[in-house]
Design a protein around this ligand. Sequence first.
Ligand SMILES: Nc1ncnc2c1ncn2[C@@H]1O[C@H](COP(=O)(O)OP(=O)(O)O)[C@@H](O)[C@H]1O
Ligand SMILES: [Mg+2]
Length: 270
Amino acid sequence: MPLIDARALTKTYTMGDQTVHALRGVSLTIEKGAFVAIMGASGSGKSTLMNILGCLDLPTSGQYRLADEAVETMAADQLASIRNRRIGFVFQQFNLLPRTSALENVELPMVYAGIRSAQRREKAMIALQKVGLGERFHHTPSELSGGQQQRVAIARALVNNPQLILADEPTGALDSQTSEDIMRLLTDLNAQGMTVVLVTHESDIAAWARRKIVFRDGHIVEDVSQDRAEGGNWGQIPIQDADLVGGHNAHTKLDSDPNFHPLPAEARSA
Ligand SMILES: Nc1ncnc2c1ncn2[C@@H]1O[C@H](COP(=O)(O)OP(=O)(O)O)[C@@H](O)[C@H]1O
Ligand SMILES: [Mg+2]
């Protein structure tokens, strides 16, 4: 059973009399333990797909099963619960709370999960040690470099022990040396069994992954794998991307969900 099983996903945004077909029938499966890079031009649908895979948004039509649970039929509270249990998110802009210590930032998802404060603190310390920030517990974001801030964000993503890390352009705001450090960290987490799906514009970042999926205009146009031990040559995988399929599911934007996880509005707009 794959961890991610998405079939004929479409996503249509309607703004006034304008309709945007962000996804036009995307099918893909991702196995447990995979390390996948999603590429494609700006506006090709990458973030839309990540939001659906992350149970932050529902498709307009199509089916999505995460760890064999049917997501597209879930209510908002069930989606919040599946996000809490299974998924860690990493964003380009780190999305840390300002004037708040690394430890408290990492504790945040556990506050939502209802974990006691002593246990929160202990788990947050372990997660920060895991990303190499054992000496920076009490630093606030402005006292940390960009790479260190992204490490805090990764520790926060890890702290509920998710099966899946979804990272939307995690190195987009970092210089190339720091990007490499972050990719090494994601590679280590993947080697420990975590499934990693990341979006990137840069092929040298995608080269860290073992599978590369390329989007164009709401479709998958390329799906290739490489065995890094064999020197990084990408080999074709048959594309499952379906033709545009009709029909409508719920068309709900879940950002207004009061259980929105992992971040309160203050952090997302920071
Ligand atoms: N909330 C939204 N409302 C309306 N249009 C949107 C929304 N989010 C994305 N889009 C549109 O959907 C298309 C795909 O966007 P997106 O998934 O963000 O692309 P990418 O991440 O590949 O740059 C774009 O045309 C974008 O303008
Ligand atoms: Mg995007």
